[in-house]
Structures are given as structure tokens and as C-alpha cells.
Write a protein of this length. Structure first.
Length: 285
């Protein structure tokens, strides 16, 4: 299966909402203003409401009510608001798999959101700029799984049947597909014209030291492993915590106390974020 062909086919089914494409253009237009961005988002009342819900949640804990998009942009910043807009819109792009009996879609999004929240929290801990970019990368890190589920259900079911306590899931993916879900996800994000740093974080999540930005890829690596330990270890028995590469710790400077704090905050905020993104109440754990 040619990876580029898979991604092109998937991008026709799983396409970004038009408002996200327009927002992407505005963000990178040096002549655009905050009011231009607010005006565009306000065209979509549902997206506006979801963004304001996120801005007023414990995710930010601003001291006063955020009652307008202009205020949200002022407080959060245009780049981070764009990341949140993308995050709030992404589940809609994958409605085609919502009723697929071969996946627990709530568990999938829970895992993705926890990955995003943990990586965001870690990025904030070590003072990396634009931490919402890490939330978005974490949310996107496993989109390849949904692509394979929809495009190649037989291979997806085969991968699921081969998951075990001894073999890393990404190794199982490679043995069946010749590439990993991470590589599929990168190819889809490329079709979506996502920035290169996002592509790199998703593509190199299993080998962060080989990334062009090892520290950023390491944060996604750590976050995805701990989220998988929470969501998937009880199901398949594989120890994702043990699969965190030793060399990522000095690359990031993260210590265990910071990781524990990041996980705790992610679990606290997971349900609120999913609710804001989708309108659904999804229990963690």
C-alpha cells in the first residue's frame, strides 16, 4: 500500500472544515488582524461557542469571564487560538468512523486528548513557546489509526488481533502495513498543509532523537506513552511506561514530579476538553 496514495484518499474523506482552511490562511497572512480572525470564527456559531467554552474552562482558569472572541484572542494569542480551533473542529472531520464497531471511538479521543494535554502541560513546564501547538500535535498523533480503520479495515482488525504484552503496537503496525500509524498520520497532515514542526512531532514520536527538533518530538513521545498506559495497558497488557526511551529525559529536562503533575492535570481537564470539543460527556478511565 503506497503511503502517499493512502493519505490522498484519506484526505478526500477526512477533510478539514472550510473555516479551518480559511483560518489557516488568515493566521499566516501578515496583513490580517485579530478582528479579522474573530470575524471569521464568529461566522460559525458552534465553533465560537466551543472556543469560548474552552477559554472559560479550567484548561485556562482565567480570573474573569471571557465573553468575546476578541478577548479570547487577546488572552490566548492568535497562534494558540488557531490550534484550539483546529482541535475543536477535528472530531467533526472523522464522523465517518463514529459508529464503526471495530473501535471504541470515545476511548480513542480520550487517549488523544490526554496525549495533547500532557504534552501541553510538559511544554508549559519547560517554558516552550506556543504550548497549544503541543496540544494539537498530541491530539493529532494517532490520526493514522482512524485512516487505516476506514481505508483498510481488514489490516486494522489484523493489527488489533496481534496486540500483545511483549510487542510494541507500533511494531505490530509496521509488520502488517510496512509503516506505522504515525507515518500515516504524518502523510494525512501533510495533505492538510500542517506546518513542518507538526509533521515532525507526529512522524518522529517513536524515534524522537532522530527528529529535526528532538526536544519537541520527545514531549509527544512521553505524552503518548503515558496516555497509552492509562487507556490501553489494562486492555492489552503492554507496558507503555517502560517503552519511554531513556534518552528523552535529558533531551527535555523533564523530571518525574513534573510528569506526574502533567498527568494529573490532564486527567482533571480531559472530560471538560472533550465536552467543549464535541458537546459530549465522556468519562475518563
Amino acid at each position: 500500500m503506497n503511503l502517499e496514495f493512502v493519505a490522498k484518499s484519506a484526505s478526500k474523506l477526512f477533510s478539514l472544515p472550510e473555516i479551518c482552511i480559511k483560518l489557516q490562511d488568515l493566521i499566516y497572512d501578515p496583513n490580517s488582524s485579530m478582528s479579522d480572525i474573530a470575524q471569521l470564527i464568529s461566522i460559525d456559531p458552534s465553533l465560537s461557542a466551543r472556543l469560548l467554552k474552552i477559554a472559560n474552562s479550567s484548561y485556562y482558569s482565567f480570573p474573569s469571564q471571557v465573553d468575546s472572541l476578541n478577548r479570547a484572542i487577546n488572552l490566548i494569542g492568535t497562534q494558540d487560538l488557531y490550534s484550539l480551533a483546529m482541535a475543536a473542529s477535528t472530531p467533526e472531520s472523522f464522523n465517518a468512523v463514529n459508529n464503526n464497531e471495530n473501535i471504541d471511538i470515545d476511548k480513542y479521543w480520550r487517549h488523544s486528548v490526554i496525549t495533547g494535554l500532557v504534552s501541553r502541560n510538559l511544554a508549559k513546564n519547560i517554558d516552550i513557546r506556543n504550548p497549544e501547538t503541543f496540544f494539537l500535535a498530541g491530539l493529532f498523533h494517532n490520526l493514522g489509526k482512524l485512516v487505516i480503520l476506514e481505508q483498510f479495515p481488514e489490516q486494522y482488525i489484523e493489527i488489533e488481533s496481534k496486540l500483545n504484552t511483549e510487542t510494541a503496537p507500533w511494531e505490530v503496525e509496521k509488520s502488517v502495513l510496512e509503516y506505522t500509524f504515525a507515518e500515516v498520520g504524518e502523510a494525512l497532515l501533510k495533505e492538510w498543509n500542517m506546518p513542518t514542526n507538526m509533521l515532525d512531532m507526529v512522524a518522529m514520536q517513536h524515534e524522537p532523537k532522530s527528529s529535526t527538533d528532538p526536544r519537541s518530538a520527545s514531549l509527544i513521545h512521553i505524552a503518548s506513552r503515558v496516555a497509552s498506559q492509562i487507556e490501553y495497558h489494562p486492555e492489552i497488557g503492554f507496558d507503555f511506561g517502560e517503552a519511554i526511551k531513556i534518552d528523552v529525559w535529558p533531551l527535555t529536562g523533564i523530571v518525574q514530579e513534573q510528569l506526574d503533575q502533567a498527568i494529573g492535570l490532564a486527567e482533571e481537564n480531559c472530560q471538560a476538553m472533550i465536552s467543549a470539543m464535541s458537546g459530549k460527556q465522556v468519562q475518563t478511565g
